[in-house]
Design a binder for this molecule. Structure first.
Ligand code: GDP
Ligand code: MN
Length: 428
């Protein structure tokens, strides 16, 4: 969330690389809503009863399991790693069809809706125009909503604390609220040394307009959410909406959670929740080789080492009139195998019309990069122009390897030269 993180980068691409918290951030792992609710439940958080379902038959079973005297309404919820499902549209169903979150009145309707939704592509304002295929549903008991609120916790890198964001405007796109009625959003931070204090509870209650027992519930909920956030190394926890039920109980109706990838090694339970069908195959391949890869929308594939140099490279490509197709950081000390994998990932993207390799060899040696690039080119072929700019350790050896390879590689001397050459090669 840009307004809360107060992230400011000199790079023109910062908003794309570190986008609003809705898109997976660099080094973040997302999970599904039903998984997030299960994690929160471990910490005592009140969530509706529900079961995931992968087929209409399972959806029917889930609905029957939920059926008791109190359940008269069921909710069929698409599980994709994107929000805005309620207002989303399914491809091939027409503009009047119901969205990705459907409230229905019988188990038979649950089954019929599941049949219509599963396997279909759902397009929301967070999925982009390509949408996401719905492979699983969450079948929940319906809740009686008196009021919808907004509550999220996220890492505030400026204060090095967990930031709490609260608003009375639940169920809406919070960035829209931030834009049109910023006074309706309140944010405060929690000191990690002391944790949640009663005054945080009172601040939250005031922000959400809660009194009496609801205020007590809000304090308890904040403590539970903060405990879950810290214990599981979350980097974002968004509840939209948090509701007040007809009988005045706070209930988490939607939950969107992501985790800091750097801490996943100590949370095998969270790692097990990863759903690879939700991720870009190129990003999965990259993570196997411990490469930092982020897909962007442009046409020039970039292989770079170090995030700073990557940012500078993206900016200068833009300056010379083109757009980067990705952000790929091979890191320090990459092996030939890793560089080969990186090169293959870039060339597998049909959007890539040219490749710029920009390496400053410090720990990473230029000859390793050169060998990796040449190995990869020999394996997968080179159908687009390639500009290589090497600088640093073993640079002469690296250049020699490239020059003697017999491949059609355009050598560049510095960053500006490299950008100018690749843009010219692509644009003609
Ligand atoms: P999102 O659109 O992806 O954010 O999905 P949500 O889980 O937030 O659901 C969207 C909207 O559906 C909510 O804001 C509610 O208004 C509505 N909704 C979700 N669950 C229930 C429910 O149990 N009962 C009722 N009446 N509405 C619900
Ligand atoms: Mn929601």
């Amino acid at each position: 969330m840009r307004f809360a993180l107060k992230y400011r980068s000199p790079g023109a691409y910062a908003p794309k690389i570190f986008p609003s918290f809705r898109k997976a951030q660099t080094g973040s792992m997302n999970i599904h809503e039903h998984q997030a609710k299960a994690v929160l439940k471990e910490f005592g958080v009140a969530v509706p009863r529900g079961y995931p379902a992968f087929s209409p038959k399972e959806a029917l079973e889930a609905a029957k399991n939920l059926k008791d005297d109190s359940t008269k309404v069921w909710v069929v919820k698409s599980q994709i790693h994107a929000g805005g499902r309620g207002k989303g549209k399914f491809e091939g169903l027409g503009a009047d069809a119901k969205g990705g979150v459907r409230v229905v009145k019988s188990p038979a309707e649950v089954e019929a809706n599941a049949d219509e939704m599963l396997g279909r592509v759902l397009v929301t304002h967070q999925t982009g125009p390509a949408g996401k295929q719905v492979n699983r549903l969450y079948i929940e008991e319906g809740a009686d909503i008196k009021k919808e609120l907004y509550l999220s916790l996220l890492v505030d890198r400026v204060s090095s604390r967990v930031s709490v964001v609260a608003s009375t405007e639940g169920g809406m796109d919070i960035e829209e609220v931030a834009h049109s009625t910023p006074e309706k959003i309140l944010s405060f931070t929690i000191d990690p040394a002391t944790g949640v204090f009663p005054h945080h509870g009172r601040t939250l209650s005031a922000a959400l307009g809660l009194k009496g027992d609801l205020s007590k519930q809000a304090y308890k909920l904040l403590q539970q959410l903060y405990a879950a956030f810290n214990a599981k190394d979350m980097d974002m926890l968004e509840i939209n909406p948090l509701i007040i039920t007809g009988d005045d109980q706070l209930l988490v109706l939607d939950a969107k959670v992501s985790f800091d990838s750097n801490s996943l090694f100590r949370h095998p339970d969270i790692q097990a929740l990863r759903d690879l069908t939700e991720e870009d195959p190129k990003e999965i391949e990259a993570s196997k080789f411990d490469l930092s890869y982020i897909a962007l929308d442009g046409e020039i594939g970039c292989m770079v080492n170090g995030a700073g140099l990557a940012m500078a490279t993206l900016d200068i490509i833009k300056l010379y009139g083109s757009e980067p197709a990705n952000f790929l950081d091979v890191g320090g000390g990459a092996t030939t195998e890793k560089v080969t994998a990186a090169f293959k990932i870039i060339t597998s993207d049909p959007k890539v019309k040219g490749i710029l390799v920009n390496i400053f060899g410090g720990i990473m040696k230029c000859d390793i990069i050169a060998t990796g690039v040449i190995t990869a080119v020999k394996e997968v072929g080179l159908k687009v122009p390639l500009v290589v700019r090497l600088e640093g350790t073993n640079v002469e050896l690296g250049k020699k390897i490239i020059n003697e390879s017999g491949l059609n590689v355009i050598a560049a001397d510095d960053l500006a030269d490299a950008a100018a050459k690749i843009v010219k090669a692509v644009k003609g």
